[in-house]
Design a binder for this molecule. Sequence first.
Ligand SMILES: C[S@@+](CC[C@H](N)C(=O)[O-])C[C@H]1O[C@@H](n2cnc3c(N)ncnc32)[C@H](O)[C@@H]1O
Ligand SMILES: Nc1nc2[nH]cc(C(=O)O)c2c(=O)[nH]1
Ligand code: SF4
Ligand SMILES: [Mg+2]
Length: 218
Amino acid sequence: MYRVKEAFYTLQGEGAQAGRAAVFCRFSKCNLWTGREKDRASAVCNFCDTDFVGTDGQNGGRFETAEALAAHIRSLWPQAPGRPYVVCTGGEPLLQLDEKLIEAFHQAGFEVGVETNGTLPAPAGIDWLCVSPKADAPVVLRQCDELKVVYPQPLAMPEHFADIRASHYFLSPMASPTLSEGEPDPVKQSNTRKATDYCLAHPQWRLTLQMHKIIGID
Ligand SMILES: C[S@@+](CC[C@H](N)C(=O)[O-])C[C@H]1O[C@@H](n2cnc3c(N)ncnc32)[C@H](O)[C@@H]1O
Ligand SMILES: Nc1nc2[nH]cc(C(=O)O)c2c(=O)[nH]1
Ligand code: SF4
Ligand SMILES: [Mg+2]
């Protein structure tokens, strides 16, 4: 059984695939936070900007089989040229994503991207792996396509991860977790300046912005 909070068709807003059309499949649950505000302060990851509790979001639900979930995700992809792309996120997708589901996504024609906190082993077959370390949670995935460090995190500064093998090294300014859409985010503004300064001083790292929030899409 797979539990999905929501699924939606949009443009990838972050990292090296930014601007690419994708169906986002947001799995329920995370291993670093319950998702409840009362637990945020004591969570390992305490800046999360996402609601991943339950299965009640748009196109969310419980899916008994990998084939049923892949067909549901496929139904959200348009009838048009271009390689279908699914981004598995959450919550923490590696709590649920298994080889069977990757196989079913491939059978349905998808390339499979994953956004993970890197604390859990990854099944074989993922086409694009993005690892985004959190606080002092040990990162077990030592190789990925892109490393995307939310900045600044006192317990997870970029230099801690310079030994993880990646094709792309990104810093993503930490946004305020709970602002509603369109509200100015002074915290993010100041973090963007800090991330910019870090990239200027350490050119191994590139800046990525949450483009979807800038242009006001999901
Ligand atoms: C909600 S997480 C879900 C996937 C996975 N659990 C993870 O943390 O990578 C998706 C992406 O949003 C990023 N993110 C979460 N909260 C953020 C915030 N307040 N500011 C900037 N990026 C954030 C995460 O680092 C991750 O790259
Ligand atoms: N457009 C868009 N791009 C994203 N890239 C990573 C996201 C995520 O929450 O995992 C995300 C998201 O929620 N929306
Ligand atoms: S950012 Fe990722 S790891 Fe952190 S609480 Fe949100 S879903 Fe979990
Ligand atoms: Mg997001």
